[in-house]
Ligand binder design. Structure first.
Ligand SMILES: [Cu+2]
Length: 130
């Protein structure tokens, strides 16, 4: 006859500890809406074109500029690169040292001008003048 009261005592203890635990739950802080994702860095660079060289690649690989527009070239690699139009070489930056920035003038004639790095000729891109 003494087993039954013990068991109920144990059960009561369990229930009490459960209640104690569950009393410390609701500390849910409302997450503030982060409205800082609107950095509108659109490609609306009304002025000069810009090509970045990084990891042996031109970025953007395809760029459209106006005739005679100045195009800035940034070499972010630790290797010398060039940006040289193929064919008649309508433009050629020559060697761009690691970390250096240079520029060239886009052709005055509309068209599509493929270019490469003459040092690493697997690097290529296209400048479109229109
Ligand atoms: Cu290169």
């Amino acid at each position: 006859m003494f087993r039954f009261p013990r068991q109920t005592a144990v059960l009561l203890g369990l229930l009490l500890s459960l209640a104690a635990c569950s009393s410390s739950t609701s500390s849910k802080s409302a997450v503030a809406p982060s409205s800082s994702m609107s950095t509108a860095s659109a490609a609306s660079s009304a002025g000069a074109g810009r090509i970045t060289i990084h990891n042996f690649a031109f970025s953007p690989a395809a760029l459209t500029v106006k005739p005679g527009e100045k195009v800035t070239v940034v070499n972010q690699d630790s290797t010398t690169h060039t940006l040289t139009a193929t064919g008649a070489k309508a433009f050629d930056t020559g060697d761009i040292s690691p970390g250096a920035t240079t520029s060239f003038t886009a052709p005055g004639t509309a068209g599509s001008y493929p270019y490469i790095c003459t040092i690493h000729q697997f690097m290529h891109g296209t400048l479109t003048v229109s």
